[in-house]
Design a binder for this molecule. Structure first.
Ligand SMILES: [Zn+2]
Length: 586
């Protein structure tokens, strides 16, 4: 049976979309000019692509909507409207890859070149790039025995996902020996004991699945991959712009060899499943070098693995990209260029402190200075630095690492975190003896790091002499530039945002909306909101025994821009939404 839209197409003769009809259509809709048509005609080499891809590659600007480029996705949607069939924006995160790839054999799908995008008990939706080619419909509807709906999809994506999903599927089938249905009762931890899967960890199919996991994570801009066993199944979640989402469900028989393979390449003990382990992986994925930290913990259902992906572009990131204002960039650059003193970046876990420090080290790194770092663990390997990892088993603590560095003629020392008295004292000693020391602390505000260090029994007069700069930071999501919308602010939210400060209410602010660029989240990427305190003589005098945070805050009021007001600034500049800042300043 063939449903609605497909029937309509069936009435036309079978053929492929031509470049001419796409170009003619664009011209008659006044989307391109005669000159553009001539440009397309001249680019004969584009002819080997699908017409929507060829024209998409020319990247014409929309004549009236400044932000819109006539790329392949846009053209696909436009063309679907033109010929009157539904359009689909193929989003791999929304597809049930397991269901889709179970439907028909890989060879058949590759031959007919259409991608199933939705499978229900009564209907299958297929995305095609050739809506006038109907030859596949009859065979397919006999095989799937359900209604078929045909929609138009981006030709590039259809080819890519057929290849990707069906290749991975056939690899999974081979690993799972074709058995896909596991009794729900079988918990994964039971599998772990007996597991035959172990032998397959170096199998080519397992390698293929692991490569796909990396590839998928990379194209989706994931920062973390969670591989977690559940009852009878396992799931993979990605963290994208701070939020976790389920992207794939693994069969138990596939999951265990995949985990084993990842453990092998990260140099972990494959048969150790009862203790937490951690290691590193470096992989070239496409044109990107992925640097990852991998860790496992035993859970009720078996081993759970988290892979943190580090942005190897950090070393080439600018302070502006991090979210610093032009004035603060100058201020921060002059701080980190000093030859001695202590600079602290503070904030909770996951507030981007490491990124700020790494960017700062890359900024000052040069062949004529010696930079040593001690980290827990080393996140991004940077060849310009001498990096060391703390190792409690051999008493290599942060404090002991600084002692060792001081014998190595350092100029700059970066200490991953100050969390005990010994590290605090060593960091201060190093900064007082002609070295620049950068470190982080877990405090909520910049000024709170002063009392925190005094609590760690640091001598206030030494701290006063060494401290030169403090920065507290958090991460907020950046509004998607393609779809953010102007609207008057919600007054309750605005009041929650400005808190005790008096800021004139703007006529409008930007809100998250959602489009295909941002996967309907309304956000794309993250920046920091922060407060930067330069340690002046005035502040130096306040650092004395018995001083409270309240007293320091009272005396410093108005002398620096608090994190909340930096957030307000970013809202007024349209970089982020009120909601994003409110959640981090409350
Ligand atoms: Zn968007």
């Amino acid at each position: 049976m063939v449903a609605g839209s497909a029937t309509k197409i069936l009435k036309r003769p079978a053929r492929k979309i031509t470049l001419d009809e796409v170009v003619e259509g664009l011209k008659s809709d006044n989307l391109i000019t005669q000159m553009d048509c001539e440009r397309i005609a001249k680019s004969l080499k584009l002819a080997r692509f699908h017409p929507l891809v060829s024209v998409g590659k020319m990247a014409f600007k929309h004549p009236t909507e400044a932000k819109v480029t006539l790329d392949t996705e846009w053209l696909t949607q436009w063309y679907a409207g033109k010929i009157g069939i539904p359009y689909i924006d193929i989003d791999p995160l929304k597809l049930d890859i397991g269901e889709i790839t179970k439907l028909l054999p890989k060879a058949f799908i590759k031959r007919i070149a259409v991608l199933p995008v939705q499978v229900t008990p009564t209907k299958v939706v297929f995305a095609t790039a050739e809506p006038f080619d109907r030859d596949w419909l009859l065979d397919t509807s006999t095989s799937v025995k359900r209604d078929i709906e045909v929609v138009l999809g981006n030709p590039d994506k259809i080819t890519r996902y057929i290849e990707e999903f069906f290749e991975v599927r056939s690899a999974m089938n081979q690993v799972g020996e074709g058995e896909n249905d596991f009794g729900d009762q079988i918990a994964l931890d039971k599998m772990v004991g007996s597991d035959k899967g172990e032998f397959k960890a170096d199998d080519g199919n397992v390698a293929k699945i692991v490569d796909w996991v990396f590839q998928f994570a990379s194209t989706e801009r994931a920062t973390d991959i969670h591989l977690e066993p559940r009852e009878g199944q396992a799931q993979m979640r990605f963290r994208i712009d701070g939020n976790l989402r389920v992207v794939y469900k693994f069969d138990a028989k596939v999951f265990i060899p995949v985990l084993s393979r990842l453990k092998i390449i990260a140099d972990l003990k494959v048969d150790e499943k009862r203790r937490p382990q951690d290691g590193r992986i470096k992989r070239q994925v496409g044109d990107k070098l992925m640097e990852m930290r991998i860790s496992t913990i035993p859970t009720h259902y078996g081993e759970k693995m988290v892979i943190r992906i580090f942005d190897t572009n950090i070393t080439s990131k600018s302070f502006e990209e991090l979210g610093l204002s032009p004035d603060d960039i100058k201020g921060w650059e002059s701080l980190v260029a000093r030859s001695f003193g202590l600079i602290l970046v503070t904030g909770p876990t996951g507030s981007g402190k490491t990124t700020t420090l790494q960017t700062s080290l890359s900024f000052i790194a040069s062949p004529d200075i010696n930079i040593c770092t001690v980290e827990d663990p080393i996140e991004i390997v940077n060849e310009q630095l001498a990096q060391m990892q703390v190792n409690p088993e051999i008493s290599l603590s942060f404090g002991n690492a600084i002692r060792a560095f001081l014998r190595q003629d350092p100029d700059v020392i970066m200490v991953g975190e100050i969390r005990d008295q010994d590290t605090a004292e060593m960091a201060i000693q190093a900064s007082l003896t002609g070295h620049l020391v950068l470190s982080t602390l877990h405090t909520n505000s910049a000024l709170a790091s002063i009392t925190r260090l005094i609590d760690l029994k640091v001598e206030p007069h030494l701290l006063s002499a060494s401290l030169i700069g403090l920065m507290a930071q958090r991460l907020v999501r950046v509004l998607c530039p393609h779809c953010k919308e102007k609207a008057p602010p919600n007054m309750d939210l605005w009041k929650a945002l400005i808190g005790p400060y008096n800021v004139p209410t703007p006529q409008f602010v930007y809100h998250a909306k959602g489009c295909r660029e941002c996967r309907n989240t309304g956000y794309y990427g993250r920046i920091i909101v922060y407060e930067l305190v330069r340690v002046t003589n005035e502040l130096r005098e306040l650092i004395r025994p018995g001083i409270t945070l309240q007293e320091i805050e009272n005396l410093m009021r108005g002398k620096y821009l608090p994190i909340r007001l930096n957030g307000v600034q970013k809202v007024l500049q349209g970089k982020t939404s009120i909601e994003e800042v409110v959640t981090i300043v409350i």
